[in-house]
Design a protein around this ligand. Sequence first.
Ligand SMILES: [Zn+2]
Length: 247
Amino acid sequence: MLLTILGGCGAWPGAGQACSGYLVEHDGFRLLVDPGYATVPRLLERVAADQIDAVFVSHGHPDHCADLNPLLRARALRDDPPAPLPVYSPPGALDAVLALDRPGMLADAYVLREFTAGDRLGIGPFDAWTRLLPHSVPNAGVRLTAGDRVLAYTGDSGPSPDVVELARGAHLLLHEATYADRVPEGSQRHLSSAREAGRQAKEAGVRHLVLTHLQPGTDAVAAQAAAGAGYDGEIGVAVSGLAVDLS
Ligand SMILES: [Zn+2]
């Protein structure tokens, strides 16, 4: 299983950067997880739009799904459009982004497969266990298994025993860390700090932690240090172009 980070900014894309977007490949199958703002140009540097086999969206915030629109346009507006793209999302999460173009324009470009967080999905070679994690809108964390490799991704989530269960024993945990040390009051149930991500990675016994969704202004070095206070495994920070081979 190969993970390639397309972007790792939380909330909005910093200068020259992109929001959440992760290409996960196994056995020639390409799954795009969370096509957030500005991820499609990074994606197209690596693969053509018609080479994506499925999309998984954790929740409906635009920093996690806005670039579904240009991805569908890149498939629908060519002379020989590819087969409809399977798009997995929590119910209603994509209503806004799918309404950006005139009704029907992109209708043949995708097939929407809405699921309820907690469902177990088969997506190509991936076994995808979803889990409802605490955020301001329904957010599905996902545990992707292919062969004997496991990648867990939180989407956006406050600290929760459910994150630990989702990530239990994973080879890699991709964990939202909007802030390094402290989440502002009012967001503490819905977002995490890098410090909390490290604590949860340790409790889950994961081999490798990658911090993502750092809000522009959050210092990556400080975030890494904060996560390292509670976790002694390998810690990375998601930036466009970072690739991790889990095999
Ligand atoms: Zn969010």
